[in-house]
Design a protein around this ligand. Sequence first.
Ligand SMILES: Cc1cc2nc3c(=O)[nH]c(=O)nc-3n(C[C@H](O)[C@H](O)[C@H](O)COP(=O)(O)OP(=O)(O)OC[C@H]3O[C@@H](n4cnc5c(N)ncnc54)[C@H](O)[C@@H]3O)c2cc1C
Length: 377
Amino acid sequence: MQNSRRDVVVVGGGIVGFSIAYRLANEGVTVTVIERDSVGNNASGYALGLLNPTNETGVTEGLNHHSFKMYKELLEVVQEESGVDVQILKLPHIELALEQSEVIKLKSEVSRINEFDEFNANWLETEEVLRLEPRVSSDIFGGTLVEHVIMVDSYNLTLATAQAAEHRGVEVVLGEVKGINYHKGNAVGVTLKDEEIACDSVVLALGPWSVAASSWIDINIPIVPQKGEIVRVEGLEPQLNLHLHGNAFGSSCSVVQKKDNAIWLAATVEDGTGFDVNPSIEAMEVLSRRGVRMIPALESHQMVLHTACMRPVSSDGEPILGKVPGKDRVFLATGTGGKGVLMGPVIGKAISDLVIQGQTDLPISNLGLERFGRSIS
Ligand SMILES: Cc1cc2nc3c(=O)[nH]c(=O)nc-3n(C[C@H](O)[C@H](O)[C@H](O)COP(=O)(O)OP(=O)(O)OC[C@H]3O[C@@H](n4cnc5c(N)ncnc54)[C@H](O)[C@@H]3O)c2cc1C
């Protein structure tokens, strides 16, 4: 390991950490990313990989759209710089009405989504959905077609971002950070098991493990892991050329045939299971039922892979982005829940702006850690 002082140490090598490192390196900043596991071995590597800012209208809606626009250029750039194929799929996306009661809400989404230049939405009656894809269940009530949504392989994207960052001089160190070193209140480095790495700024991007950094900054970081499982089953022949999404049996589910040729059934949402990432039989059963509800032919398809990982979820459900209050040169980026892959580029830019200029034009001022109060629990 090299021991020369770095401008910035990023703790955590998921999509969030590497998006920040990549952006900083583009601005000429020297960066070390410290990852204790391997690149993309957690949620960033096992996510569905859907880049769809149209499905949310919350406080990060503007950031999500901004990030999507950034990806339209960035995906090609990181592929070229890394040589890693991120497996871009541009499929029509249909929000299916599986119950009559969903029709009014889904129809009303059409005009909202059409306000965004990058997307095009239309209401489809059941016959129109079946004309596009006859294997969809006929027991539906139409659906909202959204064009120009993007799907990637999230592992390949994390790897590509990491390798593109390395191309730009980012150093990746395998190790576990145990704390931040301060001098007169300024962060001056991080401590690993057997050594210290000196730096001028520290960015914390520990994903679901963020709470462990609370004692490093003397403020509670209210993040918990939320388990999510995905089942992949044998692909359809001919290929399914739509991404279907619907609310089946009490929860939402995606059905999509990705470039690995498998049909991905995604995903469960389970709170209160701690750091358990063992795939469960219950999740397999519920995801299979949801998939078959949308495409009955999947009934006979064998499972090829079943994965589980954890979303980092804050106590108010929104990301935590910004400078750590009361600590100089320490920044936090976590709590991205189910949209951290989508948000990578915009978080990269926002945190890089803060590190380099002390401010950003991006609307993150309401997403700081200070909104939760300052106590350590
Ligand atoms: C089933 C599922 C499906 C999803 N689908 C999508 C999707 O389609 N689209 C989308 O946008 N988002 C999706 N998400 C959400 C997305 O995966 C996450 O929001 C995102 O990956 C979080 O990235 P991260 O870098 O913060 O965390 P992680 O990927 O968890 O990375 C954090 C890293 O920090 C490391 N670390 C922790 N502590 C230390 C330490 N002390 N020292 C060194 N390293 C440390 C960990 O080893 C880990 O690798 C999905 C999530 C799940 C669970």
